[in-house]
Design a protein around this ligand. Structure first.
Ligand SMILES: C[C@H](N)C(=O)N[C@@H](CCC(=O)O)C(=O)O
Ligand code: MG
Length: 365
């Protein structure tokens, strides 16, 4: 199956409310759309969200990587040699993981379509439902309580609270939300690297002492400080989830070898797509470490790809695939059907099941 053309487009999607983390505040989601055409007439979709603070990629850098580095290698590529094609792409540059992920998911979309299978069946076919938490942006305790109660009303039972914007307020934030939502609701926390190692241990132990019943704490310390992450993991009872610390299979191996976290957050945008995400999952499975599949603030295309990956595998037990629920509009026709905390994948649509992207401006280059 040969690729004959690539179209690259841009979309901008308004949010229901500003998305605020310790790393960034965002008022709309941007996404770069990739559309691959094969000689036989199949169309494969992928997308990449510029998350400069995490992957180091902007819209311009994603487009430049697609046009200058990826396009010359993928036009004419034969996907029946996927292993060869992917190894060539992965070894031709470092970083640019979201750009690579957009192409990777479009490849998998095409491969599954060529066999007339939904992608989750092509990848393993464990089930077709994925359940997600909902992220509550970092705000004043009052706003976070109000947002949490709205989320419960909408049908979410699992909340991920963003912390780390003025850490002195973090304890009050968590306690206020726990009091408001009661004990049945699952609460996890994401500091997006905002705390120091000792500060993280102090804060997490305080949550433990007061029985705030936290599922896990995500990326408490700086991404590159593996020894700090290890220090936190070894000194608290609560599970620690590595997010920004794990991009590649090698990162996963290091984190597991050094017992620097309890759980791994796999994102296609960090791994460079399904090819390497599968390697991370295999390493984690062999070590008995559970993985969560997460997302950036991104469109329905890449979240659908992540949902297919998660649904294909038995060992992915939790997901943070809430981006579609944070967007005020959905310009993507097809893909996962999102109803509150449930993403349902069609058992009959082949590939990702994306039909069309509305209001997309395809670039000329
Ligand atoms: C959207 C998702 N729930 C999430 O929080 N993802 C990231 C942040 C992504 C972004 O800044 O776009 C995370 O840190 O887990
Ligand atoms: Mg995170």
């Amino acid at each position: 199956m040969k690729i004959v053309d690539i179209l690259i487009g841009k979309i901008k999607i308004p949010l229901k409310r500003p998305f605020k983390t310790a790393l960034r505040t965002v008022y709309f989601a941007e996404d770069i759309i990739v559309k691959l055409l094969t000689r036989s007439g199949l169309v494969g979709y992928g997308s990449a969200a510029p998350t400069l603070a995490i992957t180091g990629e902007s819209s311009d850098s994603i487009i430049s990587c697609l046009v200058n580095n990826l396009k010359p290698k993928i036009i004419g590529a034969d996907l029946s040699n996927l292993e060869k094609v992917m190894n060539d792409l992965h070894s031709s540059f470092v970083n640019n993981t979201s750009a690579l992920a957009a192409v990777d998911m479009a490849f998998y979309d095409l491969l599954a379509q060529s066999l007339n299978l939904p992608l989750y069946k092509y990848l393993g076919g464990y089930h077709n439902l994925v359940f997600t938490d909902l992220t509550i942006s970092a705000n004043s305790p009052e706003v976070m309580v109000a947002d949490s109660l709205i989320a419960l009303d909408e049908g979410f039972q699992d909340l991920k609270l963003k912390l780390g914007l003025n850490p002195s307020l973090d304890f009050v934030r968590v306690q206020a939300v726990r009091t408001a939502v009661g004990n049945k609701v699952k609460i996890s926390l994401d500091a997006n690297q905002a705390w120091g190692a000792k500060e993280a241990v102090r804060i997490i132990r305080r949550f433990e002492k007061l029985n705030l019943n936290i599922e896990f704490v995500e990326q408490p310390v700086k991404a590159k400080k593996l020894s700090d992450l290890r220090y936190v993991t070894q000194n608290v009872e609560t599970d620690i989830l590595a997010d920004e610390s794990v991009f590649s299979p090698y990162d996963a191996l290091q984190l597991i070898h050094h017992k620097a976290c309890d759980l791994l957050n796999i994102k296609l945008a960090k791994a460079g797509g399904i090819f390497n995400a599968t390697k991370i999952l295999n390493i984690a499975e062999a070590a008995g470490v559970e993985c969560i599949v997460g997302c950036m603030l991104e469109s329905q295309i890449s979240v659908t790809a992540a949902a297919h990956f998660a649904a294909a595998k038995k060992s992915i037990v939790r997901c943070d695939l809430d981006s579609p629920s944070l967007l005020a509009e959905n310009p993507i026709v097809g893909g996962a059907v999102v109803e509150a905390n449930t993403l349902t994948l069609s058992e009959t649509d082949a590939g990702l099941g994306i039909k069309e992207v509305l209001n997309v401006e395809y670039l000329k280059f």
